[in-house]
Each structure stands twice: as C-alpha cells, then as structure tokens.
Ligand binder design. Sequence first.
Ligand code: IPM
Ligand code: MG
Length: 355
Amino acid sequence: MRIALLPGDGIGKDIVKQAVKVLDAVGKKYNCVFEYKEALIGGEAIDKVGTPLPQETIDICKESDAVLLGAVGGPKWDNLAGNLRPEAGLLGIRKALGVYANLRPAIVFPQLKDASTLKEEVLKDGIEIMIVRELTGGLYFGEKKRVQTEEGQKAWDTMVYTEKEIDRISRMSFEIARKRNRKLTLVDKSNVLESSRLWREVFTNIAKDYTDVAVDYMYVDNAAMQLVRNPKQFDVILTENTFGDILSDEAAMLTGSLGMLPSASLGDGKVGLYEPIHGSAPDIAGQNKANPIATIMSVAMMLRYSFNMLDAADDIEKAIVTILDKGYRTLDIMQEGMTAVGTEEMGDLIAGEIK
Ligand code: IPM
Ligand code: MG
C-alpha cells in the first residue's frame, strides 16, 4: 500500500511522524507493507521550489493509494497573494484529487469530557457527530476578485454550487447516515442564499430515495447554537464548504481540543486524503508539544476507508482509548492528576498498544 506523506508546515512534521509510527505498528501486526513517499506542500514548498503545490506532489499523490497530510501555513507566508499562500496548496490538492466529501467525526471520549468547556450534563452519555463538509466547491473555489473603484477597493468571493456537486455529496451523506443512526441534518442559509435554496431542493429530491433516513433542515446560525446547546440531537450533518469549516472547529471543542478531530476526504477517485482538522500551530512547532491524536485517528480512517482494514482501524481507536484511560495527556488536554507527555511519547505509547 503506497501512502504519500505531506507533512507540510508547523506541527505538521511532528504529528505525521507519530502517525507513521502507528502505521508501522499496524504493518507489523497485520504483516503488510506500507510504502511511504514524502512530498512538499504549503510554505515549505514555497520556500524550496517557489509554489505551494508542485506538480511533482500532485503526481506522487495520484500514484499513491492514500495521502496523509499534516498541516499548512504560518506567519512567514501570511503576506503572499492568495493563490501563492500555503493554503492554496491544500485547496489545490483537494481539488486535484477530486475529494469532494470531507468526513469530520467529532467524538467525545468519556475520559476527556472534563477537558471540554461545556458542562458535563450536555456531554454525558457521549457524543458522536459526523460532519460531512463539501470540500471542492462553494466560496473557497468560486470566482474571487479585487478591483480598484473611485470610492476605494472592492473585493468579492462567490459561493457557487452546481446541482451535480450537491447531488453526489447528498447521496454519500445518506449512505453514511444509513450506517449510523439514520438521521441527517442539512445545514444551510436558505433564508438568505440562493445557493442554499438549490442545496435544499436537490437534497429534498434525493431524500425520496432514502425514506429510512430521518431528514432535518437547519439554518447555519441556529446549527452553531444547537451544537453547544444540545449536541446530542445530531447524527450526521451535511453542509457546504465554508459552513463546514466553521462548524467543525466548533464541534471540535465539544471533544475538548482541536487536536482530537480527524478527517477523511473522499471522492469518486481511488485516492483518499486524510488530515487532522486543525492547523499548523507554528507557535508550538518542533517543540514536542502538539497532540498527534487527530492525525493518528485520521490514519484509522485511512485504514477503514481506503484499505478496508477494519480490524486495524479498530485497533488504533482502542489503543487511543487505552492510553487515555491510563491517564496520558498532551498539553492541550492536560488535567490535574494526569501524566503530561509530549508528541513523541504520545506516538510511542499509542503505537506500543498495537501488538
Ligand atoms: C481546515 C482548514 C483549512 C480550510 C485552511 C487551512 C485552508 O481550516 O481544513 O479546516 O479552511 O479548509
Ligand atoms: Mg478549518
């Protein structure tokens, strides 16, 4: 199994290294070989070859069976033009692989419920929400421009969606809901946005093919509120790109830390892209402080969705639970009475449980 590694910037290198340790442990246990090829993306690619997404990186990813990405970006590159920023590399690889569905599960581990800023009663009995974020359309990819007018500058971004784009991700979301608790909430702003009204129409039509799934509609402002008021009401949330970006950071805080949310990006092609939802955290990069769990959980998703290694995926998730049960915590989820460990130790501990 060929895996492209795109560590990227900031803590990207720290966390991808831990995920590879865990993959190697899986390889040993299941007697299979993971072959890694590292490639440049983001700020590091800008520094070394002058572009955030070199063609060579695209080629390496397309020739792989799956891609593991760390994070991109940092203050060093903040003043570059939009299409030359590290983030353009990330958007570019998502687009190049055609991974339009970004699955972001927010799981509250009982061991960490005190790490959340929410009251225990809101989180009790566990939370497991799946956010399905559209990843290759909307505001991120619509026409954007800046012009000079007589009254000063003017800039715009456009939120564009085609029926086809909504259709394919809606169907995928219904299929996902079918394998879970059969509840699917479409989050939009259809009281204001025309693109949202198209989402509702297309989605409602497809719902007729999935009468076994309970469907619900919610405006995004209300959804932001409901996520912290009563998160248990959600099973699967489907939403467009920008709303999904925002809501998934919010959902991460249910779990106590941004460092706990993995993601899988899938399309109709064969290559899946796996990455934690958090950013590059340049302030703690290279200091053995980052939480590698989101990336390690992303690897579990890779084993499940790209390699159909369901037992191995379960092994990783169980290993994480065991290590949390034993009281080990990285700084972001550290609490009184627990044992603080660094990035490397957390990686070693989780990998060590897979035998
Ligand atoms: C994410 C990140 C990215 C996004 C940034 C880094 C471009 O916030 O994956 O959620 O907005 O998609
Ligand atoms: Mg984000």
